[in-house]
Ligand binder design. Structure first.
Ligand code: ADP
Length: 761
């Protein structure tokens, strides 16, 4: 290795020996890279002396350089018994270098033999605990304990390095909260992530040491995460998988010790490195003696030695949906809360953009919210018809974080109803640090069943209306949900609410569209069927009408022909009579033809050949035609026709049809029964100046009141051989001429059929 630095370096330490010439003679060996800092072992071959040098990568943010300066400033307090002391800080044109003593030992992060044997672990752990004890006794919080900052020296001792984030224990409580999110993500104590609004203290270092121990024993960290937000979530809310599950040969008290170190709540951890050192030494002794570690005498009255108190059981899988894992061991100084908040909000925004399915969207949003908040359990409720309904439940469990979409009425099994109702009523968020001990909410039935520590309940309000409620809880530690963080949660939650509302509207719209499509299809079908039916009805009606209307002239022709034959068959044939019968036949035949034409145009609804005509002429003509039948039925037929020359514009054939029908119906009505006097009266008169009114009145059996509204319906008939088409056709003809056709009781107990027609000027 050759020197990679050019240009003059000024030693800014007291060590004048580390000048440019010194640098030029060094042989460099890269040990590892920790984030922006590269660690080298350098050798001055001429003197066979070694140092370690930490050098920031090119374009490193100034904060990393500050960390080196800070570490160097601590040099007088870093004792070689427990620390690797810096010996010089060099500054040159290519950056700053921190020169450290070389402990000529191993870095404890890249051991090929990991996981360690129990014996090797105990020896190393004792040495590490001693080093941390040394730092704490010197009044320093290291704040970045991890394997690569623990260096085993030639004598088997462990020394701490990487003091760039360390602070004086006395100063720590005065640091602003936003300054304490630091350390390496995989090892960072919950309180160090400043998710919890608690100060870091020595117990935060013990947490990081516990994570290191876990890694040494299990070969890997208890958690895996994709980014800073998820790491924080893991430390705050996820229960580490029991060591015993990762490795079968770990004595329970040792596993208990490690789990106690990584308890979420600082109060549940070892309270000092010295106490830890003591227990480890005792375990080591037992191990030497028995190759086993029987239970230690618990030194706490509540027996918090027991690992099961903090690690319920099975082995959770990593949080679902992680592709790339972010580096767990790189030192980080997150730019305070805002960086995490922004990251969560961005994630949710991406979800809103990318997830088109409502269910997936709710899942993603709830997952983000849980991870962001450091919750163990979350419920998303929506208000439907004024009542809350649980629509999603998120729960950190043994298999990682599970989200269940549901549709349930909340009850005391699901969440503290007292909290839910309070939030719905007041529309104010509720942040509870330790629900179990809360005088009011502590009495809630749910809380009595489930020991809730931290709880947060946020109303999702849109335009003054409570759309839903988000409920979060964490039973591992009190004070997880701090008031200052709820704003981002509210933002996330309202994103969820808006997404849900939008999705609901979208769904309704789709349903509505689907309904409309169905209706349209049904309507089209109905129309098609209607058209078919109408077509066949028209055809049927037409056929029936033709039969009905043609029957009458045919009957008349047959009887005339029979009469003609009789006249001619006589011994003295009555040729004149026969001729007259033949003429009638011709007339009837013509009429039948005309009727067919008229019906044809009626069916087509086309224009009829209309002309100005005298209504009375039409009546007279039909009366003449029916004279024979009237006589045969012994009916007294009278006509009272107005003397004014009433002209209408009409088809004479159609009007004849109408009058004929009415007369024939009247004769039919009088045919049954033994009426003393059968009367048929036909009148025409003018009403006002506009209408001519023609009535055909008989003394028949009359019309049953229940039938009066059906007379004009096609196929309505009360006769055995009737077709029920006559009046229907009459009505359609009269309407086509701008008039009306009615039926009413007659003066002599029979029926009167009346039609009107507009008079021509
Ligand atoms: P059809 O004569 O083939 O029955 P219509 O349409 O001409 O068909 O008449 C329908 C029904 O109206 C008749 O069956 C009958 O019951 C009733 N009707 C029509 N005219 C009279 C009338 N003058 N007196 C009593 N009932 C009548």
């Amino acid at each position: 290795m050759s020197s990679i630095f050019n240009g003059p370096y000024t030693a800014i330490s007291s060590a004048g020996a580390f000048g440019p010439q010194w640098l030029e003679q060094l042989v460099w060996q890269l040990l590892f890279v920790d984030g922006e800092l590269a660690h080298y072992r350098v050798t001055l071959t001429s003197e066979d002396r070694h140092w370690r040098i930490v050098r920031p990568a090119p374009d490193t943010p100034i904060a990393a350089v500050r960390r080196l300066e800070h570490e160097f400033s601590l040099a007088p307090r870093l004792m070689p018994q427990w620390a690797v002391p810096p010996v010089a800080l060099l500054s040159g044109s290519e950056g700053t270098l921190l020169v450290l003593e070389d402990a000529s030992g191993m870095l404890l992060h890249d051991q090929p033999d990991a996981p360690l044997s129990i014996k090797a672990f105990l020896q190393r752990a004792i040495a590490a605990a001693a080093a941390v004890t040394g730092a704490h006794e010197a009044g320093l919080l290291h704040r970045d304990i991890k394997p690569c900052n623990l260096i085993e020296d030639a004598n088997g001792g462990v020394r701490l390095s990487g003091f760039g984030l360390s602070v004086d224990e006395q100063l720590a409580p005065q640091l602003p909260v936003s300054d304490v999110t630091c350390g390496s993500l995989g090892y960072m104590a919950p309180e160090q992530s400043q998710q919890l609004q608690r100060r870091t203290d020595q117990r935060s270092d013990l947490y990081a040491l516990g994570m290191t121990f876990y890694e040494w024993l299990a070969g890997r960290l208890p958690f895996e995460a994709a980014d800073a937000v998820e790491w924080v979530y893991c430390h705050v809310a996820r229960i580490p998988p029991p060591l015993s599950q990762r490795r079968g040969d770990i004595p329970a008290p040792l596993a208990g010790l490690v789990h106690r170190l990584i308890a979420k709540n600082p109060e549940d951890r070892y309270q000092s490195a010295a106490a830890l050192h003591r227990d480890l030494s005792e375990m080591h002794q037992q191990w030497q003696q028995f190759r086993d570690i029987p239970d230690l005498q618990p030194d706490l009255p509540d027996g918090r030695h027991d690992a099961s108190a903090v690690s319920p059981s099975p082995d959770p899988k990593p949080v679902a949906g992680l592709e790339s894992l972010s580096s767990a061991s790189t030192s980080t100084t997150l730019a305070g809360r805002d960086a995490l908040d922004l990251s969560s909000v961005m994630k949710s925004a991406h979800a809103m953009r990318d997830e088109s399915e409502q269910d997936r969207l709710i899942e993603t949003l709830l997952r983000n919210t849980i991870i962001h908040a450091g919750a163990q359990r979350a419920l998303l409720l929506l208000v439907k018809d004024e009542a809350p309904v649980i629509c999603a439940i998120g729960q950190g469990g043994v298999d990682g974080l599970g989200i269940e979409l549901t549709d349930r009425v909340p009850d005391k099994q699901h969440l503290p109803l007292s909290i839910l109702y309070r939030v719905m009523r007041t529309r104010q968020r509720l942040v509870l640090d330790d629900v179990c001990t809360d005088a009011y909410f502590g009495a809630d039935e749910y809380v009595r069943q489930h020991p809730v520590r931290s709880a947060l309940c946020v109303p999702l309000v849109k335009q003054g209306r409570v759309l839903g409620v988000l409920y979060l809880e964490n039973n591992l530690a009190p004070g997880v949900f701090t008031v200052c963080r709820t704003e981002v949660l509210e933002l996330l939650a309202s994103q969820a609410a808006i997404a849900l509302e939008t999705a609901r509207l979208q769904q309704e719209l789709e349903q509505e569209n689907a309904r409309r499509r169905d209706v349209e299809i049904a309507l089209r079908g109905a129309r098609a069927r209607l058209a078919e039916v109408a077509q066949s009805t028209v055809m049927g009606e037409l056929a029936a009408s033709i039969a009905h209307e043609i029957n009458q002239p045919l009957a008349s022709m047959v009887s005339n022909a029979a009469a003609g034959i009789r006249w001619l068959n006589r011994d003295n044939p009555e040729v004149d009579e026969a001729l007259s019968a033949l003429r009638d036949i011709v007339a009837e035949g013509r009429r039948a033809g005309e009727i067919v034409n008229a019906l044809h145009s009626l069916a087509r609804q086309g224009p009829h050949h209309r002309r100005r005509l005298l209504v009375n002429d039409v009546i007279r003509h039909v009366v003449a035609l029916t004279g024979v039948e009237v006589e045969q039925q012994r009916v007294l037929m009278t006509t009272h026709l107005t003397c004014s020359p009433l002209r209408v514009c009409a088809s004479s054939v159609q009007l004849q049809q109408v009058v004929l029908n009415l007369i024939l119906n009247a004769l039919d009505a009088m045919s049954a029964g033994d009426h003393v006097l059968r009367r048929l009266s036909i009148t025409s008169e003018v009403v006002g100046r506009d209408y001519v009114v023609v009535s055909v009145e008989d003394s028949g059996r009359g019309i049953e009141p229940e039938n009066i509204n059906q007379l004009f319906n096609a196929f309505f008939t009360t006769k055995d051989k009737g077709m029920g088409m006559g009046l229907a056709i009459c009505q359609s003809i009269i309407s086509a001429h701008g008039g009306h056709l009615y039926a009413m009781p007659a003066r002599y107990g029979g029926a009167t059929l009346v039609f009107t027609l507009p008079i021509l000027e």
